[in-house]
Design a protein around this ligand. Structure first.
Ligand code: CTP
Length: 473
């Protein structure tokens, strides 16, 4: 007989669910992500329970035992129920048999056995179940050798992959996301099926696709995911601008960097210094407009003039299409893309205080993020070159700090207000106010006057008089 594997379920919730299941006479199991993560020693706060019966009744019974005041959310149509207990998110569902029709994502759902339920899951490593039944508590039920795939680090569908992916095409993205997050390999047969079924991704909502893409970007080595997306043909469909970064052109024996691999290197670099999704998105998009700005200039080689300006204009378009948040997050990424060449440009010239002040003024509080992006952007096969650049970059960092301490430009507030200008010259709202304010700001950034009230006041009077205004006595 086959040896039985048991899993230690130490959390008190499992005993409680087991008791509730016994009271209701329903077979119950823990399934899916929780079992997988437990075996991989990954933290997981979402626990899915499957019972052969009503998931809604089971959820109510469990909640009653924990604390009758708990609120259970349930969806009669889907036969699912959910509630939170401390930091855990508990979900209950009756075992189901599902089949999908070709052109619809609406499944036909029928009650089923545990086996039916495991059959309809996405990957063998996600189809593991652990019994909560009295006579077999803790026993692993593994009909598709998920345990073996876990230890061999393999992503494989339990059924014919064409069926699994056709049932829910998002699973193609999920396969790549799990491979990236867990550092697993997608079985060649499974990967071939992704290539064959890639067009089906078009029936999936953008929100769900973007969710998976964000998870890939948040992984430790996102490049692995983007390479799989590209190889499978999905990238071209879900993110054509990124696909276009790929490839090298040669002219008169001169090639340029492959911007696809360069961008991935920048993204992998930045994952070492930040977990911030939006700074990682800035890395994804920093060179996105290189393809349409590419030009071969004799004597100069390949150029991409203005790619930062065009790229920043694309950011709202791409965010909108991807259903990413259009508020501060989008504006931050747009600003990063727009400014990404500036700190590097400073390493190439004699650094003037006014250039530093201008950069501080434009970047504001995001200056540190911008510097992180620029450091990640220094990629070259020549390690010595990278080291030299990083050293020069350190100088820029220090000088920025000195200038900021002296002139406080980062959160620039005009030292004289529009109100004061109106009072001083006895005028109402008018374009002169804008001209005077802009003149004062320019003078401060150029270092002609200091960022303080007295010097700014003097300059205001001079500028006003030049415009024909008279100071009130
Ligand atoms: N599942 C599936 N097909 C999907 C989504 C989910 O078969 N398209 C199944 C898998 O068995 C999965 C379980 O439902 O393990 C729970 O799904 P979900 O919570 O989305 O994923 P997890 O595997 O828990 O992983 P993560 O929390 O990282 O998304």
């Amino acid at each position: 007989m086959k040896e039985k594997t048991t899993i230690a379920l130490s959390h008190p919730v499992f005993g409680i669910v087991s008791e509730a299941a016994k009271d209701l006479h329903v077979e119950t199991y823990v399934v899916g992500g929780y079992v997988r993560d437990q075996l991989l020693n990954r933290d997981c706060k979402d626990i899915d329970f499957v019972c052969v019966g009503s998931g809604i009744d089971l959820a109510h019974k469990v909640a009653e035992k924990i604390n009758p005041a708990l609120t259970v959310n349930y969806f009669k149509n889907f036969g699912t129920a959910q509630f939170k207990w401390n930091d855990l998110d508990l979900e209950f569902v009756g075992a189901r048999k599902e089949s999908y029709q070709r052109d619809s994502r609406k499944p036909i759902v029928e009650d089923g056995t545990l086996e039916d339920d495991q059959n309809r899951r996405d990957f063998t490593i996600n189809a593991l179940a652990v019994s909560l039944n009295n006579d077999s508590f803790g026993e692993l039920i593994d009909p598709f050798k998920g345990l073996e795939d876990l230890s061999n680090k393999i992503i494989r569908t339990p059924l014919n992959p064409d069926i699994t992916f056709s049932d829910d095409p998002l699973r193609m993205m999920r396969a790549i996301r799990f491979a990236t997050q867990l550092d697993f390999t997608i079985l060649p047969e499974t990967f071939e099926a992704i290539k064959r079924n890639k067009e089906r991704i078009k029936i999936i909502s953008q929100e769900r696709i973007t969710d998976e893409l964000n998870k890939i970007i948040l992984a430790k080595k996102p490049s692995a995911g983007f390479i799989l997306l590209e190889e499978s043909g999905l990238l071209e469909i879900i993110f054509p601008e990124f696909q276009k970064l790929k490839g090298v052109e040669n002219y008169e024996g001169k090639g340029h960097k492959d911007n696809f691999y360069h961008t991935l290197q920048v993204l992998d670099n930045i994952t070492k210094t930040t977990n911030d999704l939006w700074l990682r998105w800035a890395a994804v998009l920093h060179d996105i407009a290189k393809p349409p700005t590419k030009k071969f200039v004799p004597g100069e080689g390949w150029t991409f003039h203005g790619h930062e300006v065009l790229g920043s204009k694309w950011v709202p378009k791409i965010f909108g299409r991807m259903k990413l948040p259009m508020g501060t997050e989008m504006k931050f990424v747009r600003k990063m893309v727009y400014l990404h060449l500036r700190p590097i440009a400073l390493t190439k010239e004699e650094i003037s205080d006014s250039a530093l002040r201008r950069l501080l003024f434009e970047a504001g509080d995001d200056i540190e993020s911008l510097l992180m992006l620029c450091e990640a952007d220094i990629t070259s096969k020549n390690r010595e070159k990278v080291r030299r650049y990083l050293m020069k970059f350190e100088t820029v960092r220090e000088k920025l700090k000195e200038v900021e301490e002296k002139d406080r430009i980062r959160n620039f507030q005009p030292p004289v207000t529009g109100e004061l200008i109106m009072q001083t010259f006895g005028i109402g709202p008018s374009r002169e106010i804008g001209i005077i304010k802009e003149g004062i700001k320019e003078a401060i950034l150029e270092g002609k006057i200091r960022n303080d009230y007295d010097e700014a006041f003097k300059m205001m009077v001079e500028l006003g008089e030049k415009l024909g205004l008279k100071k009130k006595q």
